[in-house]
Ligand binder design. Structure first.
Ligand code: LER
Ligand code: MN
Length: 276
């Protein structure tokens, strides 16, 4: 397992609550590398405003890898969702997904993640569920054609009305039925929704491609009461080999949270996995 951290790309002007490290982009990457992170999960808003080769250069100069491209800024900033009551929004959202996959390919990130970007069924009118499943399949088809994967994230009930648990995620994987479509588990959401962490991990293991780490209060591991030891042991036993990506609140400030998370996760990895 490898350690990553979520941060925004330079075109995201607004502060994102779970983006870590402060300062110009290159400086944030250097800070992450100095803490021992191996990779960076980029929260991108609009790839058209970015110079992919400059991003690649900055990541390489810091000695990091592009672990994943996150789509959270689509809803947070631009209110774009894959399913919506407004057909024009759906179309723009799918076009944006394709641009994000192109960007992932350009910066060497193997995975695009989908959380709130999926949208809410109850706000999206009749046939929303069918449209969303179809759109997710189209996303997988587009990304898969570029050798990328798409990971949908079960989100807690207060943030999503479609796929809150690992089991629901795995049922959706079967329904979408595309080899490039899988899942991401986030410990903050799992703490709210899962009855058993171990069962959740084993349920999704064949399609588990990414992990977000944040404690029960979305602070660095150890600052809340999520049982990370049990969770990491289950991941290790299930053969998970992907990234553990720190996605947590930038508190008390983005640098301190980034440093504390790296320290805590590296300690956990040494203790509970054979990859620390
Ligand atoms: C949101 O709570 C979250 O966990 C993100 O990864 C999804 O966009
Ligand atoms: Mn997450």
């Amino acid at each position: 397992m490898k350690l990553a951290v979520t941060m925004t790309t330079p075109e995201v002007a607004q502060p994102v609550p779970v983006a870590l490290f402060a300062g110009p982009f290159a400086e944030r990457l250097q800070k992450a590398a100095a803490c021992g992170y191996h990779g960076v999960e980029l929260m991108v808003r609009e790839p058209a405003e970015l110079d992919a080769s400059a991003i690649v250069g900055a990541i390489r100069d810091a000695g990091l890898e592009a672990a994943a491209i996150g789509t959270g800024a689509q809803f947070l900033v631009d209110r774009l969702t894959l399913v919506s009551a407004d057909a024009a929004v759906e179309q723009r959202a799918f076009a944006r997904f394709c641009a994000l996959a192109d960007f992932a390919s350009a910066v060497g990130a193997p995975l695009v993640t989908i959380g709130s970007f999926r949208g809410r069924l109850k706000e999206a009118g009749e046939g929303a569920r069918e449209r969303l499943v179809e759109r997710l399949r189209a996303c997988a088809e587009y990304a898969g054609g570029k050798g990328l994967r798409v990971a949908l994230e079960p989100l807690n009930r207060y943030e999503a009305d479609f796929v809150n648990t690992a089991a629901q995620g795995m049922a959706l994987v079967r329904e979408v039925e595309h080899p490039a479509f899988g899942l991401l588990l986030d410990t903050f959401h799992m703490n709210i929704e899962e009855a058993s962490l171990r069962r959740a991990v084993y349920t999704v293991a064949p399609r588990l491609w990414h992990i977000h780490l944040g404690d029960s209060n979305r602070r660095p591991p150890g600052k809340g009461h999520f049982p990370f030891g049990r969770f990491l042991r289950a991941l290790s036993e299930a053969g998970y080999q992907g990234y553990l990506s720190a996605e947590l609140l930038a508190l008390p400030d983005p640098d301190t949270a980034g440093v504390q998370a790296a320290r805590a996760v590296r300690r956990l990895m040494r203790r509970y996995t054979d990859t620390g």
